[in-house]
Design a protein. Structure first.
Lengths: 333, 215
């Protein structure tokens, strides 16, 4: 089955404007045009030009300027068209004013949307005030129109803001993850390149890690200090652990712990996590000059057993890392 | 015979009630906000203003608690049937009445619900403006406060706050399925497949589920 092609929303709006322009031209050509019709077509053409200008500005990175320009132009267009054709607030056509509001919410956020809505309220009151006086106008229809506009636009602006946040968050997380994946791949490749006892140890570690991970030790990473870059490689290890826990902020505390681990090889430095079930252990490896970073769930007995087993096999002096130490770290947090 | 509703229906009921309360709150708070904005906007323009109707002398055109918006107008151009706001020095307050006659001396006014016109002519310098808009009910809180029925105003404020909170809850419910930050582990797994060889498949699935739910 053929998949449906997707187009960006800006292009969709541009195509919609082209269709509106064509329909307006058709109306002008087939009917008896008057000045208002020509002005209307001119305004829609101006909106088309604004769309192209909008794309040009966006390409240059001026998102706020482009959004402001288009929203203001669309608002003016909607107000002028409704005013020229004397559309009353009770007329369903007046709901076309929701389009600039939605666009303001989508492009500039909720505050701008509310600002445009307030401007519409002022314009509506001014329209009532400047109309030929035949007694006071009941504001009920205007109130219903403005209320409906806000009722539609407010959740839409709120959700679009959340969607934009989520999209930005996904992009940032993807960038972070790709960086860590690159580092982890480098780590794996280096494992294979190392020779002698260290290679055996690492190979054993990889095999063991697969088993231990099956018993819910969530991640384990190691790095050998082959070029004396202890801090950066240790940060990598902590980084990988933190990435697996979807907690990259843990990297911020890794530097001090790594210094401590490096100065006292064999001593385990515990970094309690923000989440109660997470503890990251960092330690220097005596006689090897590397750093291990281990993350585990302290509330999972199987994980703790696997962690102790791993520590005992991979680095004998890490056997001091016991359930009591981890429990103490959790209580201290 | 006792009918027991299924478990999933019982669990849904609070959510439905919460949704209805939120939708009602959103609608009510937006309605109140719209009326307040319409009542206050004329005050932004110099010379314009708005005033609360405090008596029933103009019913049914104007009811107690309505807000009328007025703008200045040349008294010589004010015609019959116009509703004007003027300063009644005898009463010491502003009055909103309809013009029923215009003569060289001034304007004859009358409340729609009154049987007879006002006894005094309204002179041109007494005219403050002509009413151009009526906002229904928007002045009720101030009217209640002025009449000593402050508890109604407090009650309305509490209702407004409650409806606004319910409306906000509805927005949060709508927003709930979207996590604040996506788990990095998802991308860590997806972007570099060679990483997955370190971790058994079922463990990875569990990690992803945990990371997703915890976020």
């Amino acid at each position: 089955m053929r998949s449906r092609a997707r187009i960006p929303i800006d292009q969709a709006i541009g195509r919609l404007r082209v269709i509106i322009l064509l329909v307006a031209l058709l109306v002008v050509v087939t009917a008896k045009p008057d000045a208002q019709d020509f002005v209307s077509v001119g305004l829609i053409a101006a909106a088309l030009v604004a769309t192209n200008l909008d794309r040009s500005l966006i390409r240059r990175g001026s998102f706020i300027l482009a959004g402001t320009l288009v929203v203001v132009l669309d608002s003016v267009l909607a107000v002028l068209l409704l005013g020229m054709h004397d559309v009353q607030p009770s007329d369903p056509v007046a709901m076309v004013m929701v389009l600039p509001l939605l666009e303001a919410g989508y492009r500039l956020g909720m505050a701008a949307m509310v600002g445009i809505w307030l401007a519409f309220a002022v314009i509506s009151v001014a329209q009532l005030a400047w109309a030929p006086y035949e007694g006071p106008n009941q504001a009920g229809a205007t109130a219903v129109l403005l209320g409906l506009l806000l009722l539609v636009s407010l959740p839409a602006a709120f959700l679009s803001a959340r969607l934009v946040d989520a999209a930005v968050g996904y992009q940032q997380a993807q960038a972070r993850a790709e960086q860590r994946a690159t580092m982890l791949a480098l780590l794996v490749d280096t494992d294979a390149a190392l020779a002698g006892d260290q290679a055996a140890l690492l190979e054993r570690f990889v095999v063991l890690a697969a088993r231990v991970l099956d018993t819910r030790v969530l991640c384990l990473a190691a790095w050998m200090n082959v070029e004396g870059q202890l801090e950066s490689t240790g940060s990598l290890a902590v980084d990988v652990v933190a990435a697996s826990f979807a907690a990259p902020e843990r990297v911020a505390v890794s530097s001090a712990a790594l210094h401590q681990a490096n100065s006292e090889p064999g001593r385990c430095v515990l970094i309690p996590g923000d989440e109660p079930q997470l503890v990251i252990a960092v330690t220097g490896i005596p006689g090897v000059g590397g750093v291990w970073a281990i993350g585990a769930s302290v509330e999972d007995p199987l994980a703790m057993q696997g962690l102790e087993l791993l520590c005992a096999v991979a680095a004998p002096r890490l056997a001091s890392l016991s359930l009591g130490d981890l429990g103490h770290a959790r209580d201290a947090k | 015979m006792t009918w027991a509703s299924p478990a999933h229906e019982r669990s849904l009921r609070p959510e439905v009630i919460s949704f209805l309360a939120g939708a009602t709150g959103l609608f009510a708070s937006i309605s109140m906000l719209t009326l307040m904005v319409l009542a206050l906007v004329p005050g932004l323009v110099p010379g314009w203003g708005s005033s609360v109707v405090v008596s029933g002398s103009m019913e049914p055109a104007l009811r107690e608690g309505d807000v009328i918006a007025y703008r200045p107008m040349d008294p010589r151009t004010i015609g019959m049937q116009s509703i004007i706001v003027f300063n009644d020095a005898e009463r010491g307050s502003w009055v909103v009445h309809r013009v029923v006659d215009v003569n060289a001396s001034g304007l004859v006014t009358k409340g729609d619900a009154n049987n007879a016109p006002d006894t005094r002519l309204v002179l041109p310098d007494q005219v403050i403006g002509v009413a151009f808009m009526v906002v229904p009910w928007a002045g009720l809180p101030r009217l209640w406060w002025a009449q000593g029925q402050w508890y109604f105003s407090v009650l309305l404020i509490l209702v407004a706050v409650g409806t606004a909170i319910e409306g906000g809850r509805l927005m949060r419910v709508v927003d709930a399925p979207w996590p604040a930050r996506p788990p990095s582990a998802v991308f860590l797994h997806a972007s570099r497949p060679e990483v997955a060889r370190l971790v058994p498949e079922d463990t990875h699935a569990r990690i992803l589920r945990q990371a997703w739910h915890s976020s």
